[in-house]
Design a binder for this molecule. Structure first.
Ligand SMILES: C[C@@](CO)(OP(=O)(O)O)[C@H](O)COP(=O)(O)OP(=O)(O)OC[C@H]1O[C@@H](n2ccc(N)nc2=O)[C@H](O)[C@@H]1O
Ligand SMILES: Nc1ncnc2c1ncn2[C@@H]1O[C@H](COP(=O)(O)OP(=O)(O)O)[C@@H](O)[C@H]1O
Length: 283
């Protein structure tokens, strides 16, 4: 038997650093959404654990000593076998949680393949990375703590999103280290945003507190943001997570798709569309 689970990218519509824990981890407040672009994780019955890589960014993970997929499989069942296959469509170390999404998709698929019941998936997920718990369900959510405190997002209107990555990897720890300034309080969010313009104007009052630090490490992020800001119909342009991927919001997925095609820089990875709708199957 083989099962495939989609691992959508995670985009932080805002990201406030609200404090710091005694172990050095930063406390965050963020609204995470999941666009309909991502990796694909396929798990098949096998006697031992193995991983194969494909897709445009598969080669970037060839040298990875312990891929998050293997870590996820071992955390679920130490000695069970499975052939894992990862189609890597998302740029690596890019602030859109590709590795976290892969780990979460792997947990979902292996639970079904192995018939695992009663596992504490949120705890296993958090152990794999601060972003993995929110990726388990891959639906819009507010993240607090370091990512383990999840609450429903406001009801979101229809909107579109463009993602652009300039092809530079930005390691998350370096960005947190380079960050200057104090802490930003968590914003008050409404229960519902009636339309994309209202959502964007509320999000403009929020920030990504890692953006300035990421730009000092990779100044090209500033160029990406400037390019996104000039696209016709753009409502908001901002960096996601610890970068370098940036996003722009539009009134509809079709507008975003058309805007993505207009990005002049051919060497940048780009995508435009709407949000991901998880399947009823739980995969
Ligand atoms: C910044 C965020 C926002 O969603 O996204 P990405 O940029 O990774 O997509 C996440 O919090 C990233 O979570 P995750 O990618 O799981 O981070 P980890 O690998 O667990 O952490 C890498 C390192 O970053 C620092 N770190 C990470 C998260 C956090 N809340 N505080 C931190 O100080 C720590 O030094 C940690 O050792
Ligand atoms: N399946 C995976 N996909 C991406 N990165 C992985 C994976 N497994 C391990 N990693 C490691 O995790 C690091 C962070 O990757 P990623 O999740 O893409 O970053 P981000 O959360 O910033 O988007 C990578 O630099 C890589 O070393």
């Amino acid at each position: 038997m083989s099962l495939t689970s989609f691992a959508p990218a995670k985009v932080n519509l805002y990201l406030h650093v609200t404090g710091k824990r005694s172990d050095g981890y930063h406390l965050l407040d963020s609204l995470a959404v999941f666009p309909a672009v991502g990796d694909k994780v396929t798990v098949s019955e096998a006697a031992s654990l193995s991983l194969s890589l494909s897709g445009p960014f598969g080669a970037a993970l060839e040298g990875e000593a312990d891929n998050l997929l293997l870590q996820a499989a071992r955390s679920l069942a130490q000695d069970s076998g499975a052939a894992l296959a990862l189609e890597k469509n998302l740029p690596v170390a890019s602030g859109i949680g590709g590795g976290s999404a892969d780990a979460a998709a792997c947990l979902r698929a292996l639970c079904k393949l192995w018939g695992v019941q009663g596992a504490d998936l949120p705890a296993l997920a958090l152990h794999l990375g601060a972003d993995v718990p929110v990726c388990l369900r891959s639906i819009p959510a507010r993240m607090q703590g370091i990512g383990e405190v999840l609450a429903p997002a406001p009801r979101l209107p229809e909107f579109g999103m463009v993602l652009v990555n300039p092809g530079v990897a930005v390691p998350t720890p370096s960005v947190f280290k380079a960050r200057r300034g104090g802490f930003t309080p968590a914003p008050m969010l409404p229960a519902i945003w009636p339309n994309a313009a209202a959502m964007a104007s509320a999000l403009k009052r929020c920030t990504n507190d890692l953006q300035a630090a990421a730009i000092t490490i990779q100044p090209v992020i500033g160029e990406v943001l400037a390019t996104l800001s000039t696209l016709p119909g753009v409502l908001l342009a901002r960096m996601s997570g610890s970068g370098a991927t940036c996003f722009a919001l539009f009134a509809t997925p079709a507008e975003a798709e058309a805007a993505a095609a207009q990005i002049p820089q051919e060497s940048w990875w780009r995508w435009g569309g709407g949000l991901y709708q998880p399947p009823q199957t739980g995969l």
